[in-house]
Design a protein around this ligand. Structure first.
Ligand code: ADP
Ligand code: MG
Length: 587
């Protein structure tokens, strides 16, 4: 085939692959245009997940009748003055409208202050159909319908209406949060879902928008960040270390009011929380960084969700130092040092993976220096005492429980060694396998709650849970819709009785969010059970009696896969007699 230049239509459709993956991207581009047009009120309407219809209406300065055609032309923009380094608006590439127009039917109606009538432009699949006078107040109304009709591959890629709707909601909330002085309304399938008024005074975060995005509890469980240094301004809220989530979903970063994604910044924030937050958990946060537009490049990707900083180190240090200083002001001791202690003992390994004997020798000699022998009333004696331990369970594979270490590790003795069991990880596995067994035998034991519990959830999580009501039912959860922003939990799997239902459902919702919907139903069920199992199992930190420990060991022995926790880590390790003798140079 000869080489030829692609038609404008095709170019736009190709660009759409980069910028418009799903309806939510359109919602974002249109709201950004309204904000750039200095609107003080923005109304968004969505039907059938946005595939059937997306409408964004604003009261901004509008588009002149004779410029309407230009607005839908590629690389036509009113926002850039031949200088890419001074971008103050959201838009600057002049791509959104032509791209959207190429994959939908679009109608733009607009009126400026000095026009008598509005003008309306109609485009079908990128082709101009008509331009005619219309009648609206000052502002712009963009209506996008029949999305992706011409690009069926894209249409197939879309998720259910509910999921697409929740992505749209998500974008809407992110934009509304960063523009407290603009009124925002969202209408979904004919129902007004959000009606955010502006705050009377100040630019601060609006509490109703915050609780719609992060849940009400975030507000009373967060610290204010307000920090200025080297010309950077950082403002917002971060959660107490104790208020954390199993995913990074609730981490909203903005740079010059643009919602961005930045793994490096999030990584350094995690470091700022360091040991205050348990492994695998994430703080909730919403942080706005302001800096000179000259110090940041927003033209990294067409979707403008990534940015590049001139001085990345300076930027991350702003986040880290401000969060660290706020956390250090918390009066309560908020973390235990268990992690340090457990690595300082004799089992700390050096690089060659051998147990470091010198360290133990040093530890003992410094202990001897500080303590005199007569401090202890019982002296070691060569005479034997009757053992208080029962030897009955010694022959079991996991042996007889003898002690608990750090309220989390069961130490047991077998005929040929010592076993250390992580009680929480092990029990989590047992609970998971129990649910799986019941499910596979079609004998799910569900526990009806005496008083059904109402669990409030943020928009996206709520939709994900509602979408999976039937899946959840197969493992013993009975859940119903409850109003706009909550579910009613009527029953939970029996093995999870006494769980904290709020946290349980919240974590399941977040697990669903993490998984996306690309995975099979079985994988989904598996992950939900893994997450839930945590709630039905003994926590680390619980003191167990010898009988309880033995019961757990016996259960482990008859549970499939019990040597691995639900996250793939080992649940027990063994030091054989052979190993012990080698260490003592008896062999
Ligand atoms: P960009 O935002 O990058 O300039 P778009 O394709 O999104 O590109 O929009 C093209 C132009 O159309 C904008 O530069 C602006 O002049 C005009 N425009 C788009 N939407 C609106 C709106 N809601 N109000 C006023 N003008 C608008
Ligand atoms: Mg734009």
């Amino acid at each position: 085939m000869p080489i030829r230049t692609l038609s404008d239509d095709l170019i736009n459709q190709i660009a759409a692959g980069e910028v418009i993956e799903r309806p939510a991207n359109i919602v974002k581009e249109l709201i950004e245009n309204s904000i750039d047009a200095k609107a003080t009120k923005i109304e968004v309407f969505i039907r059938n997940g946005g595939v059937y219809l997306i409408t964004v209406k604003d009261n901004g300065y509008g588009i002149y009748e004779d410029e309407l055609l230009l607005a839908v032309k590629r690389y036509a923009t009113s926002k850039l003055n031949n200088n890419l380094s001074e971008i103050k608006d959201f838009g600057f590439r002049g791509e959104a409208l032509p791209t959207i127009a190429s994959i939908s039917n679009m109608r733009i109606t607009s009126k400026t202050n000095d026009q008598k009538y509005a003008s309306c432009l109609e485009i079908e699949g990128g082709k101009l159909k008509a331009q005619k006078p219309s009648n609206i107040e000052r502002g712009t109304l963009v209506e996008v319908s029949s999305l992706f009709e011409k690009t069926p591959a894209r249409l197939k890629f879309l998720k259910t209406n509910r999921i697409e709707t929740s992505h749209c909601k998500d974008v809407f909330l992110k934009m509304a949060l960063s523009h407290p002085n603009i009124e925002f309304q969202l209408n979904i399938d004919g129902r007004k879902v959000f009606d955010f008024k502006t705050k009377k005074n100040g630019n601060d975060l609006n509490l109703d928008r915050l609780s719609a995005s992060f849940g009400e509890q975030f507000i009373s469980n967060s610290l204010d960040i307000n920090h200025e240094k080297y010309g950077y301004k950082l403002k917002g809220k971060v959660s107490f270390p104790t208020f954390n989530s199993s995913t990074s979903y609730y981490q909203f970063l903005y740079v010059n009011n643009r919602s961005i994604k930045d793994k490096r910044i999030l990584g350094s924030i995690k470091a700022a929380y360091s040991e205050t937050i348990p492994k695998g958990r994430f703080p909730y946060l919403i942080l706005f960084l302001e800096l000179s537009p000259l110090k940041v490049d927003v033209n990294v990707h067409p979707s403008k969700a990534e940015v590049r900083f001139d001085n990345e180190r300076e930027v991350t240090s702003i986040y880290v130092s401000s969060i660290k200083s706020e956390i250090s002001k918390l009066s309560e001791p908020i973390y235990s040092k268990i992690e340090n202690k457990s690595t300082n003992g004799i089992f700390k390994k050096n690089n060659s993976n051998e147990i470091n004997q010198n360290e133990l020798t040093n530890e003992i000699s410094s202990f001897a220096k500080d303590n005199s022998f007569d401090k202890f009333s019982i002296e070691p004696s060569a005479r034997s005492n009757e053992s208080t331990f029962s030897d009955q369970e010694l022959d079991y594979p996991l042996g007889a429980a003898r002690a608990q270490y750090l309220k989390n590790y069961i130490i047991s003795e077998t005929t040929d060694g010592i076993i250390v069991v992580d009680q929480h990880a092990a029990h989590e596995r047992i609970v998971k396998e129990e649910i799986l067994k019941q499910k596979n035998n079609n004998k799910i034991c569900s526990q009806l709650l005496l008083i059904p519990e109402i669990v409030k959830l943020p928009a996206l999580q709520l939709d994900l849970i509602l979408n999976e009501i039937d899946t959840l039912k197969t493992i013993g959860f009975e859940i119903e819709v409850f109003g706009d922003d909550a579910v009613l939990v009527r029953a939970i799997p029996e093995v999870l009785t006494n769980s904290n239902i709020q946290e349980l459902i919240g974590d399941v919702a977040q697990e669903l969010f993490e998984l996306g919907s690309q995975i099979s139903i079985d994988e989904k069920i598996d992950s939900i059970i893994s997450t839930s199992a945590c709630y039905g199992s003994v926590r680390s930190g619980r003191i167990l009696s010898i009988e309880e420990m033995n019961a757990l060991l016996r259960k482990m022995e008859i549970t499939p896969n019990s040597n691995q926790c639900n996250h793939g880590r080992p649940t027990s390790i063994k030091l054989s007699l052979n190993d012990i003798e080698k260490l003592f140079k008896r062999r």
